[in-house]
Write a protein that binds this ligand. Structure first.
Ligand SMILES: [Zn+2]
Length: 130
């Protein structure tokens, strides 16, 4: 299933297990419909704190460091797709923020430790981080 593959990518799984070990509880693939528009499914959602987390894949979301390697060969094919993804990302962030969500976005190339710590710092009363 496409959704399963997306949410079980390795960097995200590592972030999840670190947060879980530290005592944080979250929803995975939890649908949000902020403005009666299209559903948004952040990678992790902390419903009570209204914190939505995206861990974006470097290729599909157009990371500046790793995103455009493949462009050299089929750039006419990939560039518009990735540009569309980036527009969708931006619109989702705006819709969530307008609805009072804190949105945290990361790249999959960031270390799981750093991502987990930033998420923890953004939750108001986090348990001690192991
Ligand atoms: Zn990257």
């Amino acid at each position: 299933m496409r959704a399963n593959r997306r949410r079980d990518t390795s960097p995200e799984r590592l972030v999840r297990s670190r947060l879980h070990e530290a005592g944080f509880r979250y929803r995975v693939d939890y649908p949000i419909r902020p403005d009666d528009g299209r559903l948004i499914r952040p990678d992790l959602v902390f419903t009570r704190k209204r914190v939505a987390v995206f861990i974006d894949g470097c290729f599909w979301h157009g990371c500046q460091l790793h995103g455009n390697r493949t462009f050299k060969r089929n750039s006419h094919y990939w560039a518009p797709k990735i540009a569309r993804n980036q527009q969708r990302d931006e619109s989702q962030v705006q819709r969530l923020r307008s609805d009072g969500w804190t949105v945290l976005r990361f790249w999959e190339h960031e270390t799981p430790e750093a991502i987990a710590q930033t998420i923890a710092a953004n939750l108001a009363d986090p348990p001690a981080f192991a």
